[in-house]
Write a protein that binds this ligand. Structure first.
Ligand code: ADP
Length: 396
């Protein structure tokens, strides 16, 4: 059974075709610059040469059509015909309060997704476009929606209600939803299996540290708190996002800098985070390089980032009454021994002791704490696509 996994951004479409008999990736790729000049698809078929297809793509449907042709083509293809695709799994960013798990997409679900646009105006519209493109091109293939927010729907009320007038929750759904749920769920479960323990016996803090970054408290397999909120802006400092700030800064800066709503949103989402503090880059590789060369603001940006992760680890240990494992994942979490070490430094008082040698690892499942560390620290590469494919298989 082959499952196609689709993840659409505003001008991009990521895909993977996975053979679910052995969970092998048959092909994967990325269509970028959809709707703008210079559109191209990087297609990576397993066992064949990678190829870059450069063609104008006015919208996601055109991009998907080219992707599907590539997947079945004699030169770059991995299957003989579209009939060999049993189902499509779609990543959907915001499922609001409606979805606490993955669902088969029907008209009612589509309506609910449209209702969530207000909550995720940048993310849900391209997700919906991707689904509609698939529905047009593969009308008889079942589709499943897998939500970034779903895993966090188990949070207790006191974790998701903001101390604002209660009516804003009732009227507009203003509450913590949390994101990266598919990743937090995957790495928490994987960590339990790497440790040879049952997830129902563990209190785990998962740190998804990529361009977007969030931390989750996973208590006996359930998310009980997470750092992102109504939107993916809250919580950690990120590549370009500020995360937690004094909310009064918003109106203060609007007044001082003469910013309107778009202006302040742009400042907080695109010009802040490690980019804003360092003035160097939003990419942690550039920041680490600049730090090594003695750039003080780059170093400050890394320290601001690490301190905040540390603070969340401390607070989530408090929320769960202790912690058994810390998991690092995503671009930075998987690949930067330095940032893992800085974050864990000084956490010996709650039983976290990283092993510097073991920690010198990139991109593979591994325990990186010392033998006697009470809390196990792990690196677990995330695999959101596989998670989406597994949910899709289960539902169809
Ligand atoms: P997203 O999916 O949110 O775009 P990723 O999980 O792909 O993010 O992470 C991307 C980030 O990971 C990059 O911005 C980069 O800063 C960081 N990263 C990737 N590889 C490394 C590395 N070897 N060392 C340090 N940081 C890295």
């Amino acid at each position: 059974m082959n499952i196609l996994v689709i993840n659409c951004g505003s001008s991009s479409l990521k895909y993977q075709l996975i053979d679910m008999t052995n969970e092998e990736v048959l092909a994967k790729g990325l269509a970028e610059r959809i709707g703008i000049e210079g559109a191209r698809i990087k297609h990576k078929p397993s066992g064949k040469e990678d190829v870059v297809i450069e063609k104008p793509m006015s919208n996601h449907k055109v991009a998907l059509e080219i992707v599907l042709n590539a997947i079945v083509s004699p030169d770059h293809g991995v299957i003989n015909s579209m009939d060999e695709i049993s189902a499509v799994g779609h990543r959907v960013v915001h499922g609001g309060e409606k979805f606490s798990g993955s669902v088969i997409i029907d008209d009612e679900v589509m309506e609910a997704l449209r209702e969530c646009i207000d909550l995720a105006p940048l993310h849900n519209p391209p997700n919906i476009m991707g689904i509609e493109a698939c529905q047009e091109l593969m009308p008889n293939v079942p589709m499943v929606g897998v939500f970034d927010t779903a895993f966090h729907q188990t949070m207790p009320e006191e974790a998701y209600i903001y101390p604002l007038p209660y009516e804003v929750y009732e009227k507009y759904g203003v509450r913590r939803y949390g994101f990266h749920g598919t990743s937090h769920k995957y790495v928490a479960n994987k960590a339990a299996s790497v440790l040879g323990q049952n997830i129902d016996d563990l209190r785990i803090i998962t740190c998804h540290l990529g361009n977007g970054a969030s931390v989750a408290a996973v208590d006996h397999g359930k998310s009980v708190d997470t750092s992102m909120g109504l939107t993916p802006l809250e919580g950690l400092a990120m590549g370009t996002r500020c995360g937690d700030i004094d909310p009064a800064i918003v109106t203060f800066l609007m007044e001082k800098e003469g910013l309107d709503i778009d202006g302040i949103n742009n400042l907080m989402n695109k010009k802040s985070g490690v980019l804003g503090v360092s003035g160097v880059s939003s990419d942690f590789r550039d920041i680490e390089e600049a730090t090594e060369k003695g750039n003080e603001r780059a170093k400050l940006a890394l320290n601001v980032f690490a301190r905040r992760v540390k603070k969340y680890i401390g607070s989530y240990a408090a929320v769960m009454g202790g912690v058994d494992a810390i998991v690092f994942t995503a671009g930075l979490g998987e690949n930067s021994p330095e940032i893992r070490e800085t974050i864990c430094e000084g956490l010996g008082f709650i039983g976290i002791e990283i092993d510097k040698e073991e920690n010198n690892v990139r991109g593979k499942d591994k325990v990186v704490s010392t033998e006697d560390s009470n809390v196990k620290v792990l690196v677990v590469p995330t695999n959101e696509e596989l998670m989406i494919a597994r949910d899709t298989k289960e539902l169809i």
